[in-house]
Design a protein around this ligand. Structure first.
Ligand code: AMP
Length: 701
């Protein structure tokens, strides 16, 4: 080829078109058909020619050019993307019995007769990381990680480097939905992972533990050139926001995905009933060892989409899907030591330090021992040879002690401490006031004086699903805590101004340069605004995980309300407790913990100080434009168009309160066939009575 700059525009355009077509076909052969037609060096030569042309004729660069899949200048950190449809987890099954129960739940919810089969779509559960890919008018416009399910990171530029990701959907332009978010799993093949690790080793760079870590590490690179150099792939299997859904079943939509140019896992298939589904699980499990990518189970989805939408969601996972996980992998090793860690709620957790051993490709050197009873029951001792297992992401566990390998002359049972190893306070096992049962967990009673608890609370405060401050992770918290600079969350936001020489002081610490310190201060400042549910979660209140934090946020709406509720409590003891218990989903243990936290004077001081440092964004209730939002409704009689459970979930999803009894406060009574006393009471009280169909019309179907 002559020097690109000597070409005329027409010649260059012609050459550009040809090269683009060839490169696209070659990469399709490589990635989608697994049948490379040329070797990498030849591909690179063609690719460089295309780049040369584009350098000489920038007007030829288009969004769809193969060069757009390769990195340009590094991005400056990832922006956040709020998922308009959350990215959820999956409920787990561990055996066929669990799968049958899942089918039973689906049937009961939908009220299906025995004669009606439920078809499931079986898909291997790819062990990678999920991504959401937004297409507008068939063009790829934004890609995000799952993050906490509500909010992920904007990794659009990195995703563009994936050869498996169509930059523009294939097929007739007029038939594409205006907006469509394809969801799928980004992964690295096992062979590419091995090559990457070999190259990393030669270059003296980080070695990845498994293909999933390698994929995650490669995708979340600020320099997308690095992402482009790692061979990442994608299987599409779900969707989020969609102006239109192209099909009536899971399988039809996935078929459409293939036509749009996505890779859909070839082992996916429709199972016409549960027996076929169980069979599909066995077949995929048998094939597992022959696949060039890691899978950790099989996902089953109710195939009919109308049923999926009726089934809806329960907390963080859909009711219409379940993941049957593969059994755990095992290995034998030595317990070198047993250490006791103190968590943020004071729980003492024993951890076995192990002689490093590889379990299913991951090197393991720690295993959780759960609690004191577990150690006693299994009689686990320092020096023992043990069988450990790990399943997916779960922390490895000790399943068995090989007692015959024990040296009885030196071996001694493990003595569990009764004082906190960090602050020396008594560590006790609480007795449940109601049941009289002794808690399995021993807890440090040091509370606010225990440094271990304080430090763990701070680590939680800055963790990924809480404040998620870039550059301020567990390691930095430990360092700042030990130096006495950060003892409470308030100190984080005062870190910069606390002392004029702070910047200099941090800079002098190992691992920090001037830029790192500036970035850290900037990251802290960026987090001075936070949503109420995240804020509540960040506080690390016992029993309050993301789900309960959301429930509290939804109920109190603003931080102000939440704090006021507990100051009022001092005047009216008991009221706020009852209010808490009235929140659907909050039980006594949670209510106790929440009350204890918000009435503790020290915590209130910290909260007040944080209120001055931060803007806590009020909770935004989802779609309260529904005509039944805030209304109280009672369902009575036998419903025919939906089951009771379904009716309740739907109504609550629209913001209505479902009650079991009729009173003057009831707004609607939905009366099915053979309605009795509740209907009569409604009529006596003059409460609006509607039929099932009228109710459906009211809520919009
Ligand atoms: P978990 O995080 O274990 O609750 O499982 C949910 C995750 O499984 C999703 O976020 C995806 O990353 C992953 N996954 C892998 N393959 C599939 C699939 N075929 N369908 C749905 N989720 C999948």
């Amino acid at each position: 080829m002559q020097d690109a700059s000597n070409l005329s525009l027409e010649e260059a355009a012609e050459e550009h078109r040809e090269l683009s077509e060839t490169l696209k076909a070659l990469s399709a052969a490589y990635y989608q058909e697994d049948a490379p037609r040329v070797d990498d060096a030849e591909y690179d030569v063609l690719f460089r020619k295309l780049q040369e042309i584009e350098v000489a004729f920038p007007e030829l660069v288009s969004d769809e050019s193969p060069t757009q899949r390769v990195g340009a200048a590094p991005a400056k950190g990832f922006g956040k993307v709020r998922h308009s449809v959350p990215m959820l987890s999956l409920d787990n099954a561990f055996n066929s019995e669990d799968l049958r129960e899942f089918e039973g739940r689906v049937r009961r919810f939908l009220g299906l007769p025995h004669t009606e089969d439920v078809a499931f779509f079986a898909e291997p559960k790819i062990d990678g990381l999920s991504a959401s890919l937004r297409y507008e008018n068939a063009r790829f416009v934004q890609g995000a990680t799952r993050g906490d399910g509500q909010e992920g990171e904007d990794i659009t530029e990195n995703l563009k480097t994936l050869q498996d990701l169509p930059l523009r959907l294939k097929g007739d332009k007029n038939l594409h939905p205006d907006v469509f978010e394809v969801r799928g799993e980004v992964y690295m093949s096992i062979s590419d992972f091995q090559i990457l690790n070999e190259n990393q080793a030669k270059a003296g760079q980080k070695i990845f533990a498994n293909p999933r870590n390698a994929a995650a590490g490669s995708l979340r690179q600020l320099d997308k050139k690095i992402t482009a150099s790692r061979k990442l792939r994608l299987f599409a299997y779900a969707w989020g926001d969609a102006s239109e859904v192209p099909g009536l079943t899971q399988s039809e939509v996935l078929e459409q995905f293939s036509q749009w140019g996505f890779s859909v896992n070839p082992l996916s298939k429709v199972c016409h009933n549960m027996e076929e589904a169980i069979d599909a699980y066995r077949k995929i499990e048998e094939l597992r060892a022959t696949l060039d990518y890691d899978i950790d189970g099989v996902v089953f989805k109710v195939n009919r989409l109308d049923w999926q939408s009726r089934l809806g969601f329960v907390s963080r996972s859909p009711r219409w899907a379940i993941a049957h996980k593969f059994p755990a992998e095992k290995a034998t090793t030595l317990v070198k030591d047993i250490e006791i860690q103190v968590g943020r709620t004071g729980a003492l957790t024993p951890v076995a330090r192990l002689a490093p051993v590889s379990v299913g490709g991951v090197v393991v050197s720690n295993a959780t021992l759960h609690n004191e009873e577990e150690i006693e029951r299994k009689d686990i001792r320092i020096g023992d040879t043990v069988v450990i297992q790990r399943a997916g992401d779960v922390i490895p566990q000790v399943v068995e002690v090989q007692v015959d390998k024990r040296d009885e002359s030196t071996s001694e049972p493990f003595q569990y401490p009764t004082v906190c190893p960090v602050c020396g306070s008594h560590a006790v096992r609480e007795v449940n006031a109601l049941s009289g049962k002794v808690d399995v967990v021993r807890r440090c009673t040091g509370g606010l004086i225990c440094d271990a608890q304080a430090m763990e609370r701070l680590k939680h405060f800055v963790s990924r699903n809480a404040f998620d401050i870039d550059g301020l992770g567990a390691k930095q918290i430990e360092l700042f805590f030990t130096l006495g600079w950060v003892k409470s969350p308030v100190d984080i936001f005062a870190l910069e101004e606390a002392d004029k020489t702070r910047l200099q002081k941090i800079k002098n610490l190992e691992g920090f340069g001037e830029k790192a310190v500036k970035n850290l201060f900037e990251a802290i400042n960026q987090r001075r605004e936070i949503e109420l549910d995240r804020f509540i979660f960040a506080l690390g209140i016992r029993h309050v995980g993301q789900g309960n934090a959301r429930l509290l946020a939804k109920n109190y709406l603003t931080l102000e309300n939440l704090l006021n509720a507990f100051s009022a409590e001092q005047a009216d003891p008991g009221k706020v407790y009852v209010d808490l218990l009235n929140i659907d989903g909050i039980g006594a243990a949670v209510a106790d913990a929440v009350k204890e936290f918000f009435t503790e004077e020290k915590n209130r001081e910290i909260l007040k100080a944080l209120q001055n440092q931060l803007v806590v964004i009020d909770f935004e209730a989802p779609s309260n434009d529904s005509p039944v939002a805030g209304k109280t409704v009672v369902f009575t009689g036998s419903l025919e168009l939906m089951t009771r459970a379904e009716a309740k979930v739907k109504a609550e999803g629209l913001g209505a309160k479902v009650s079991g009894s009729v009173s003057a406060k009831t707004d609607y009574v939905v009366a099915g066939a053979k309605a009795g006393s509740k209907l009569k009471k409604a009529e006596d009280l003059g409460v609006a009575v509607v039929t099932e169909q009228e109710w459906l019309d009211l809520i919009g179907g």
